[in-house]
Design a protein around this ligand. Sequence first.
Ligand code: GLU
Length: 486
Amino acid sequence: MSEVRVRMAPSPTGDPHVGTAYIGLFDMAFARHHGGKCVLRIEDTDRERSSKESEEAIYRALRWVGIQWDEGPDCGGPYAPYRQSERSHIYKRHALQLVESGAAYYCFCTVERLARMRQAMQKRKSPPMYDGKCRNLSADEVQSHLDAGERPVIRLKVPKEGETAYTDLIRKRGQQVVFQNRHIDDQVLLKSDGFPTYHLANVVDDHLMKITHVVRAEEWVNSTPKHILLYKAFGWEPPAYAHMPLLRNPDKSKISKRKNPTSLDWYRQNGYLPEALLNFLALMGFSAEKGKEIFSLETMIREFSWDRVTTSAPIFDMKKLEWLNGTYIRQLSIDELIERLRPFASVGQLDQGEKTAKMVAIIQERMKTLAEFDKWTWFFFTDELDYGAELLVAKKMTPETTAEALATCVPAFKAVDDWTTEALERLGRELCERLGLKVRQLFMTLRVAVTGSAKSPPLFESMEIMGKDRCLARLETAQVKLEQVN
Ligand code: GLU
């Protein structure tokens, strides 16, 4: 095989999409497996919807998640420019070349005529297609339209008969996918403002940038015969195609903002680790050896083959992603986790040395995302716990019995010199026995008193980290709260 060259071709319209990272990951894994090259091309031909901010966001988000490219607008390369808006002259030249050879033609139909035509077709329930009015204009007719100052589009002259076929590396596993030419529209290649359509720019660039394999989402399958016809019209060899199954919402519809977060920024801001998200995206389309679910990018690159890529639609399951994220969080060293938590913590909250390390160690077990830092640690950083006294009262207890229990606990904890998890837990269990209470009952009361909530990191570890004075103050506050109820 000649050098493998693949491209990611996002359009910079809106937030950086998980789908872009998903396709980019498969591009990258395939290219790296073969020692090939990955190109990032910015498809910004839609001038109205494209923006510089969105382009910047794509670079940032792809880098964050760990997608790398060898050539692109930001880093250059032998086939620059890699931003389509800077390549208009190239597309125009190629479109004119096709007019010259008779494979494409000028179309002068007005927007109004095209709208009327479409309406009529809809009425007849036939799919909207150009009716070919300008397909066979003579050179003189074309000239007189041009002389009248009309601004034409250029359309591909799609053969009316025969079929167009290609083989896909994923769909139907190498069998031909066949399209009837009579169903393929005479698509516009160059718009009247001189800008190319997606089809023209995409094909010209893939050819000029020497792309050997086009890896893209399944939604582009119907564009593929149009592209193959364009390659034919130019007399070029088409690349190989791999259409990836679309990511889907749990209800099987195509992944959408309304049902799932789709912006890569959202995952960063909500405390997902890039390596977990990448593993998750890999899992969406790739089966690793022995059905392994947790695997690194290196493993995927090493094991990559199209046979391992799923043909069925993967469901984007947030629960699964949370599970994976939690698993990756637990694999981090404490120092690493502290660094990763910084964007989610307030100033100073992670700068207490030994204490910070202990605190992070106990929440590591429970966190599903980095953004849960506050949810698990807020009580360490406040002096006022705002909870209702009834929360202190465990099952089969009353405010009175709870107050009595605390009346025994407070002096007992006050007498502890060795304020360590082990000593505190030992005392806690002794107190249960002394008071004739279940561990579940007394520890619940202590937990709420110390952390302000029934769900917290391990109680005695938290007490050790908080220190004796603060814990005693909290137990006393709990007593006051109970008195007010009694
Ligand atoms: N610009 C298209 C997109 O945004 C690229 C499709 C393709 O890969 O051909 O998805």
